[in-house]
Design a protein around this ligand. Structure first.
Ligand SMILES: Nc1ncnc2c1ncn2[C@@H]1O[C@H](COP(=O)(O)OP(=O)(O)O)[C@@H](O)[C@H]1O
Ligand SMILES: CC(C)(COP(=O)(O)O)[C@@H](O)C(=O)NCCC(=O)O
Ligand SMILES: [K+]
Length: 264
């Protein structure tokens, strides 16, 4: 058994997880989350600051020396600082998810190098957990869909604005629109500015997700189980017409699986 530290630097939040990993390569074997921590992604970070954040994060998790470290970073300007910080956390070099690494999944993207590493992690964990076909939906800065087809290949997906981004866009673009709390209103027909915005943003997100799931199934020609992860996944799941499995640790688990496939 080995231990791996997983770091997912998103555009809004940075999630860190510690896993115990059994088995080797892309074979079955459990990957168990021992602890995790969420930090706000800063616009800029030095390697020293990343190291401080990492040490703070580790102080909230079980005290185990990791055998490996894996990084997914979707903000190119932050990658080198995190890579450097992670290099000091462990004797081995950090595995940075990107072109050239083994995922065990065929990528049907025109240019596979374009796919965000967090999306690859979601796809890997979704396939390992639910089999193929499967659709992973990740609520973050963006709402992104990862579609795994019957053959187990990454068929592509969807990138849509996330709920918070939609709310912020309304508030910033229109002088009379306020900052709203991101929760579902009681009725779809809003009777106040706030209620109308919550309807558009939150119920609109649910309607968009339901509609896109239908469109994906119709384009594929078959249905698939759906895993929903990310910020507010369980509240959003309750608003959906489709039944989905809420899976909060999908992305970090995918990183642990990618580490095992490449290092063990
Ligand atoms: N402290 C915070 N500051 C800003 N946004 C936050 C915070 N906590 C949660 N959020 C919400 O989390 C979302 C980003 O979630 P996350 O899944 O971590 O996305 P990403 O991977 O894009 O960073 C934002 O859209 C925002 O609504
Ligand atoms: C789609 C994303 C912006 C999601 O980032 P996040 O919401 O996790 O911050 C990221 O995965 C990304 O920059 N991807 C590159 C484009 C692509 O996957 O096609
Ligand atoms: K950008």
């Amino acid at each position: 058994m080995s231990h791996v530290l997983t770091v997912d630097v998103g555009n809004t939040m940075t999630h860190i997880g510690l896993f115990s990993v059994e088995g080797t390569g892309t074979q079955a074997g459990t990957v168990e989350l021992l602890g995790s921590c969420a930090l706000t992604t800063r616009e800029r970070i030095t390697a020293d600051e990343a190291r401080i954040q990492l040490n703070q994060a580790r102080s909230l998790m079980p005290r185990v020396e990791p055998d490996g470290v894996v990084l997914s970073c979707v903000v190119p300007t932050l990658t080198s600082a995190w890579r450097a910080a992670l290099g000091t956390a462990c004797d081995v070099r950090a595995l940075v998810v990107g072109p050239g690494i083994k995922t065990g999944i065929r990528m049907s993207y025109d240019d596979p190098a374009e796919v965000g590493p967090d999306r690859i992690a979601d796809a890997v964990a979704a396939r390992a957990t639910y089999g193929a076909p499967v659709v992973a939906i990740d609520l973050g800065t963006t709402t992104n869909f990862e579609v795994i087809d019957e053959q187990g290949a990454f068929a592509g997906g969807i990138i849509a604005p996330g709920v918070a981004l939609g709310a912020r866009a309304l508030e910033q673009a229109a002088a009379r629109l306020p900052v709203i709390e991101l929760r579902a209103p009681k009725r779809v027909i809003g009777r106040s500015t706030r209620a109308a915005m919550q309807s558009g943003v939150v119920l609109g997100e649910a309607a968009r997700i339901d509609g896109l799931i239908d469109a994906i199934f119709s384009e594929l020609g078959y249905e698939a189980p759906i895993a929903l992860t990310g910020d507010g996944a369980s509240s959003l799941a309750a608003l959906l017409r489709h039944s989905v499995t809420v899976d909060d640790t999908l992305t970090l688990r995918g990183l642990a699986l990618i580490w095992r496939a490449n290092v063990k």
